[in-house]
Design a protein around this ligand. Sequence first.
Ligand code: PD2
Ligand code: ZN
Length: 306
Amino acid sequence: MTQAANPYQASITPELKTWIAAQAKAGVSAPKVLQAMLDAGWHEEVALAALETVLGIDLAALQAVLEQALGPAGAAARSAERLPRAVATPEIALDNHPAWIDVGDRQVRVLMHLRLPRVVVLDGLLTPAECDEIITLAKPHMRRSLTVDNQSEEGGDSLNASRTSDGMFFDRGQAPVISALEARISRLLNWPVENGEGLQVLRYGPGAEYRPHYDYFELGQPSTEALLSRGGQRVGTLLIYLNTPPEGGGTTFPDAGLEITAQQGMAVFFSYDRAHPSTLSLHGGAPVISGEKWVATKWLRERVFQ
Ligand code: PD2
Ligand code: ZN
């Protein structure tokens, strides 16, 4: 049968539908069809949805099909690894393949977009003077970066060896240059300013890096409830390069074999519609080799962030 291109294949392909219909026509039972799809690497939710679409079997009946295919213990183990629900994400209007997006007071150039992981590379979100101004405002407040501590029930932060930068957070609207940036981001991503966390500024010296990680909050951890109580999940990230490190410091997406070179004023947007590796949104800040790197991060929440 058609192999799943990605083990977490998130959508039903036309080839899969044709294959299911042919199996049914040949008299292969639904549990056997399901088993073959799972063996070929299709994610259980996609396989079940495909059976529902093509064969018109309702969800309760599909659960019975799953148990017949896997046995009760197998079915229980599978349901423990179900995909978390998908939610709406910020989106850049790219349907007409625009060369630039009007964000009110500027035009931001669209350089590249990728569907999975969802990544868009942009240029001209900030002028060089605005980048320098943000660095100047941030500099006196820089401290060793902390990372969300998912073991703390209060959702606090802790030191993390995989993150060797200094950082600080601005409040939303803390300075005119920050407000202007936040208004542009809201227009660009079609997402309310209020759903954004405060802008974070990071500085990396030579050798400093941010090892690959996901920006969404991992579910089922002691801290999850506290983190989600402040506006729901993170659903998108905008990284804005405030300077151009001479060597190193790019942003990597290991699952896509992609590295974006840090260049002043450029930005990379990526989104993740569920708290799951199937989004392929694993990303990291590659080590700076020479010079330093300054970057600003805007995380977008599902709802108003407070
Ligand atoms: O500074 C970066 O390049 C970087 C890479 C990955 C920042 C973040 N993640 C982040 O702030 O989440
Ligand atoms: Zn990150």
